[in-house]
Design a protein. Structure first.
Lengths: 374, 644
């Protein structure tokens, strides 16, 4: 037990530098450059506010990602609960001191930036549960006593975020947590039971939904129901993507976004804009970049010795995949508009910070793959 | 590695990997689904979405073309498109709207009501959509605005075109234009392509008949617009094409003169060239102001029009139906001659009334006309004579002649307001009233009362076809080339008195259609009409012209509104003493000059009393005016021949 630890704790900077997954780093960097191009296009082909701050954020958080890679995996393991707890306090802070914008309270004013703690909670919950299930012995995983804590730490932030209200983010937080539990071996039966009880509670939950959220779900089911109202976004997004065709309309030539037909083009609909300008091939290129990232994350999970590392990498890879897929399915008209950013591509500091934090911890698993965590 | 927990850890690790494998498989499926969706949207349905995107992107604004002009026979414009000065306001460009309105009120005559209306409109519209402050500025206001323009930010003086009529003398025959209504769009097919919001289209008269050709070709501006409808840039512009102009047979001078004559009366006048059917004048009175209709009608003016009991909006010459009264006697006599029912010198004794079928039939002359032949019958308009003739002739033969001469059917084409009238006969009554014909009704028909209904235009055509020697003519109002066959035939006959060709052959050589069996009968009628107007005892003798240049031959008529009671007849009640609404309509038809007929005229005065008193004096004045302009007209007629 002691011997391997002493070997690996003596990793020097050079060793660490060589063990970084450069395929992942380069892929993320390319994706970052592509996102800057897309942002430049949303600003109408000029270096305006969105482009400038997106560039700054990308490079700052990309640097943070690299830095985190060098931090001991043991540190992340030991501080998981604390990190979750801090993020949870921030979420509570939003409830009391948050900024309200277009009807929902999601942000904390930190003077240098507006922080959206719900984005950080996506990572915090995965960290917490990865540690929890790492420590829980396999016999206990499916005992009710050991299921109690995971349920509480999952439900609490999800409810907080859902009442901001931010349905999209709360679903994505829950998705991350459920993934960890599933990977840890929680029985299918349990997921079935909780799924059924969720369905039973759904009518009550729906009665808590804001009118605009209800209309979004109805609109998803039939976008032509109200083509100028809630269905507008889905219809215009489909028109933009479809009219891109095989090769796209060309960089800065996307008429749908240029003429403001596209809603939220900086954030949730950034893929639509890219897809309109670069067509089918551009879209598939983006898909490949994301697939590469997920693949490399899973690969790190495969080679990481500790179950904490495995649980974390697999869960984060899956959550990351879900973020991408939910956003794309949304803009392609396959899911209701729930408001979820596309990782790295979308404009938004908190989302970028959370994703880079998540990627950094995964990279730390790679660098310290042979280090036991306890 | 051999610690107690390690076995447990390995089992757990394997479990995690197994479950991760399942997730990875699921991810692969989802990825395939995403790519499939992209293929469906961007490859399979790309064409559909590209066109939807273009539909988003481009918006077209139609440009109203300039409406073609309508000219009279001497090329005076009687309906034209003239520059119109308007004032538009683009709220987005104005710095301070309230201040701007205060300034505008000082410069122009704008009411507070209009200002508050405009402010409400501005709130409703997008800030870049212009509002029309003033639709029709006169030149002095317009130039004043231009002078102060530098301090009126957001205001745009616009020069547009609008329909303008020089006066209201031809309002009925020209019709009027007005904004397109929803109903127009539904009912008029040609508007599907032509319609431009705010465009004026022809609603009645020539404006309506010619609408499709006179509108012109619609132009358009194509703009790229953003999601809020704001124009980003112009892509393409097509100016369109101005509408075709039309030359009519009308004489604007005669129109003005006649209109003035008929002022304040409910009346109609129609003048026609007897050889080619050119309508020289067609006036209905009282008239209305067609310019008022172009930019949204004033409500008070509209109410005054529809409440006026003289019905200024109706074109009485085309759509007014009146019993022809004694004017029909010309055709009754002609029909009897043609059918060999009577000879010209056959006589009847008029004692003021006759009793037939147990009913009394009165002559208008209470004491009777004594011995009456055909010439005297027409000259004095003896009712008893025509009762006798009609009785022998029968209504079916009469109706056949009447129809041949143009009664009972529409004279012009494509005038929505024109009506066809009624020429009754036994079949007609059976079909439309469902009863058998009574012989007494034949007698009423013989003096143009009863079921007979005709328009002043039909009576004019009837007279023209008698005047020209009994040949069919096709009345026209749009000059569409030369139409001189009949005139050439007459000229040929006059120049070659010893023409060897038989008349029948000659007529067909000139492509003419005679309405008679024996032209001598036509001449007899014309002669009788001459006596009616120019010999003592004739019904319009008082209004004759001595000068042979203007001498006309006519026939008076009055169409009964209410039958006289026996008591009124005994008391010799005069028309003038009856209430206006109960008085007879006065009619007069004539042609002139008698020796060399050129024009036919019909005059109707609603509730004017007798034709001789109310209608003939008007006809006299109009005939003089028309004949004074005859040489001028003839020279233009010859030019048309050369140009076509």
């Amino acid at each position: 037990m002691l011997q391997p630890r002493s070997i690996h704790s003596s990793l020097n900077f050079r060793d660490k530098l060589f063990s970084i997954d450069y395929v992942l780093v380069i892929t993320i960097f390319i994706l970052g450059l592509v996102s800057i191009l897309a942002m430049y296009s949303t600003d109408g082909g000029e270096f305006k506010y969105h482009t400038k701050s997106h560039i700054i954020r990308f490079f700052v958080f990309f640097f943070m990602f690299l830095t985190i890679s060098f931090i001991q995996i043991r540190f992340w393991h030991s501080q998981s609960y604390l990190i979750y707890f801090i993020f949870f306090i921030l979420l509570l802070g939003v409830k009391y001191f948050g900024l309200t914008s277009s009807g929902s309270k999601r942000w904390l004013d930190l003077y240098f930036m507006n922080l959206q703690p719900s984005e950080l909670m996506k990572i915090g919950l995965i960290l917490f549960l990865a540690k929890y299930y790492h420590r829980t012995s396999i016999e206990n995983i499916n005992s009710i006593r050991y299921l109690f804590l995971p349920i509480v730490v999952l439900i609490a932030p999800v409810l907080l975020v859902a009442t901001q209200p931010d349905l999209g983010t709360s679903i994505l937080i829950a998705a991350g947590g459920i993934t960890v539990a599933w990977l840890a071996g929680v029985k299918v039966k349990f997921f079935t039971i909780s799924g059924l009880s969720f369905l039973a509670l759904l009518p009550i939950a729906i009665s808590f939904l804001k009118p605009y959220q209800k209309s979004r779900i109805l609109t998803f089911l039939n976008p032509e129901r109200d083509p100028l109202g809630a269905g507008y976004q889905i219809i215009q997004s489909k028109i933009a993507i479809g009219s891109g065709g095989l090769f796209g309309k060309g960089f800065l030539q996307g008429s749908q976004s240029y003429l403001d037909y596209l809603p939220e083009k900086h954030t949730d609909f950034i893929f639509t804009l890219f897809s309109e300008e670069f067509g089918f091939f551009g879209s598939v290129f983006i898909l490949i970049l994301y697939a590469l990232i997920v693949w490399r994350l899973v690969k790190i999970g495969n080679i990481t010795r500790s179950n904490f590392g495995k649980l974390y990498c697999y869960s984060f890879a899956t959550a990351f995949f879900i973020y991408v897929v939910v956003n794309m399915m949304m803009v392609l008209g396959l899911l209701p508009i729930v408001g979820s950013p596309l990782p790295i591509m979308s404009y938004g500091g908190s989302s970028m910070m959370a994703i880079m934090l998540g990627l950094g911890i995964a990279m730390s698993c790679k660098v310290h793959k042979d280090t036991p965590v306890n | 590695m051999l610690s107690p927990g390690s076995g447990n850890t390995v089992i757990k690790s394997k479990l995690i990997s197994r479950r991760m494998f399942l997730i990875t498989a699921a991810k692969a499926v989802v990825m395939v689904g995403l790519v499939g969706r992209l293929i469906s949207l961007q490859i399979n349905q790309a064409t559909k979405y590209k066109s939807l995107s273009d539909k988003n992107r481009f918006r077209e604004w139609k440009l109203a073309p300039e409406r073609g002009a309508i000219k009279d026979f001497f090329d005076t414009k009687i309906a034209s498109s003239e520059p119109l000065y308007q004032l538009h306001l683009v709220p987005e460009n104005a710095k301070d709207l309230d201040n701007l309105f205060v300034r505008l009120k000082a410069i122009l005559n704008i009411t507070d009501r209009k200002v508050s209306y405009l402010k409400r409109l501005i709130k409703k519209q997008k800030p870049w959509e212009p509002v029309i402050v003033s639709e029709n500025l006169d030149w002095s206001d317009f130039s004043r605005i231009n002078l102060f323009l530098h301090e009126l930010e957001g205001v745009e003086p616009i020069v547009s075109v609008a329909r303008t009529y020089p006066d209201n003398s031809s309002a009925h025959i020209l019709g009027y234009v007005s904004q397109i209504s929803t109903k127009d769009l539904q009912t008029k097919e040609y508007l599907q392509e032509l319609a431009v919001p705010g465009m004026a289209i022809g609603k009645t008269g020539l404006e309506r008949k010619l609408d499709e050709q006179i509108i012109g070709k619609v132009g358009y501006q194509r703009y790229e617009v953003n999601a809020f409808g704001k124009r980003i840039r112009e892509i393409k512009i097509d100016e369109g094409q101005a509408g075709k102009s039309f030359k009519t047979t009308l004489d604007y001078e005669v129109q003005k003169y006649t209109n003035e004559l008929l002022k304040d009366k409910a009346a109609a006048v129609c003048v026609m060239d007897v050889y080619n059917g050119d309508i020289v004048s067609l006036v209905s009175s009282p008239t209305f102001e067609p310019n008022e209709f172009v930019h949204g009608l004033d409500k008070a003016y509209w109410n005054s029009l529809i409440k006026n009991e003289k019905k200024p909006l109706a074109n009485k010459a085309l759509s007014g139906l009146y019993p022809p009264g004694s004017t029909i006697k010309t055709l009754v006599a002609l029909s009897a001659l043609e059918n060999k029912i009577i000879r010209p010198l056959d006589t009847f004794r008029c004692k003021g009334k006759i009793e037939l079928y147990g009913e009394k039939f009165h002559c208008w002359e209470k004491d009777g006309h004594g011995i009456v032949n055909l010439r005297k019958g027409i000259q004095r308009s003896c009712d008893v004579y025509f009762y006798e003739v009609a009785r022998k002739l029968g209504v079916d033969r009469l109706s056949e002649t009447a129809k041949r001469f143009g009664l009972g059917k529409k004279v012009l084409s494509d005038f929505v307001e024109e009506r066809s009238g009624v020429v009754p006969n036994t079949k007609w009554k059976k079909k439309f009233i469902g009863q058998n014909w009574y012989l007494g009704e034949t007698l009423h028909s013989g003096i143009g009362q009863g079921y007979f209904q005709s328009t002043p235009l039909q009576l004019c055509l009837m007279t023209a076809q008698i005047a020209n020697g009994g040949f069919e003519i096709k009345p026209r109002i749009i000059v569409d080339g030369k139409n001189d066959n009949l005139r050439n035939y007459i000229k040929h006959k006059n120049e070659n008195p010893n023409e060897p060709l038989p008349t029948d052959l000659l007529i067909s050589n000139f492509d003419l259609k005679p309405l008679f069996k024996n032209q001598e009968h036509i001449n007899l009628i014309k002669d009788a009409m001459f006596s009616s107007s120019n010999e003592p005892g004739g019904t319009s003798y008082r209004h004759r012209f001595e000068n042979p240049k203007y001498t006309f031959a006519g026939k008076t008529g009055s169409s009964q509104i209410k039958r006289f009671t026996e008591a009124q007849r005994e008391a010799e009640v005069k028309q003038e003493s009856l209430p206006y609404k109960d008085r007879d309509h006065a009619l007069f038809v004539a042609f002139a000059p008698y020796k060399d007929p050129q024009y036919a005229i019909s005059v109707l005065v609603e509730h004017g009393g007798s034709g001789g008193k109310a209608a003939a004096p008007i006809a006299k004045k109009v005939i003089k005016k028309v004949l004074e302009r005859h040489e001028l007209r003839r020279s233009v007629n010859e030019q048309i021949g050369e140009s076509v």
